[in-house]
Design a protein around this ligand. Structure first.
Ligand code: ADP
Length: 237
């Protein structure tokens, strides 16, 4: 399948506020694309529209040319990590993944495979509610990987993780891109993005500010980012 994410004039309004404003860009396979912008820039809203959790006010978001809701087997085409703590706290990691697999007609053996892939095989039968933030993030990532999708979207995956966890996620994302998958990752952590992303999409106040390969960023990413977003920061937010 064509694994490109395309946004065309994507717009989301909440009342009189415009959270995402005529966003047009593409996210390509085989590279890690960093999705950057100040708090309130519209990153989460954009991701929610890509995966069909929010409806655009106008414009389009598509994966392989189709809106998310038109994909025949969404979990097998697009994996998403929105909030690491999405599993029921009383359910074991394995049962959480089994239920997801069953409801998406994914073979049970994928559950074992992704538990190993994220390093949770030793704690798979513990309740998700007893997991640390890092373990919960790994479980959320396991859920995203369950359908072996060609497109992966991670919203702030390293928030609150320790250096070991951050390094692990970096390696995972780079590996997924090296396999030819499309990897879109939002983050506030510029130093982290500098090490992880091949391409950057920067938004501010819902608008596209930059869509550029990392190699064209001269000097530090922090300097370039702060110059780019200087007019887009929501003070007091
Ligand atoms: P980011 O992820 O870049 O921090 P968000 O997408 O969360 O930004 O938010 C973009 C803007 O949309 C913010 O101003 C936020 O307050 C607003 N917003 C997000 N969700 C809603 C909602 N459900 N109702 C009203 N405003 C919202």
């Amino acid at each position: 399948m064509n694994q490109t994410i395309t946004l065309e004039g994507l717009t989301k309004r909440y009342g009189r506020a415009t959270a995402v404003d005529e966003l047009t860009c593409a996210v390509h396979p085989g590279v890690v694309t960093g999705f950057l912008g100040p708090n309130g820039a519209g990153k989460s809203t954009t991701i929610r529209m890509i995966v069909g959790l929010d409806r655009p006010s106008s414009g389009r978001a598509a994966v392989g040319g189709r809106p998310y809701h038109a994909l025949p087997a969404p979990l097998r085409e697009v994996g998403v990590l929105l909030d690491g703590r999405s599993a029921h706290p009383r359910r074991s990691a394995r049962d959480h993944l089994r239920m997801l697999a069953a409801s998406n007609r994914i073979r049970d053996r994928r559950v074992t495979a992704v538990l190993e892939q994220v390093g949770l095989d030793g704690v798979a039968d513990r309740r998700a509610g007893t997991f640390s933030l890092g373990m919960s993030q790994r479980l959320g990532i396991a859920a995203a990987l369950l359908g072996d999708p060609g497109v992966l979207i991670f919203d702030e995956p390293v928030n609150g993780l320790d250096p070991g966890g951050i390094r692990w996620i970096r390696g995972l994302m780079r590996g997924l891109a090296a396999e030819g998958r499309t990897v879109l990752v939002s983050s506030h952590l510029l130093a982290e993005m500098e090490q992880t992303a091949d391409h950057l999409i920067v938004i501010g106040r819902g608008r596209l500010l930059a869509d550029t390969p990392m190699t064209s960023v001269t000097g530090s990413l922090e300097d370039a980012y702060l110059a780019l977003t200087a007019d887009s920061v929501e003070f007091g937010s």
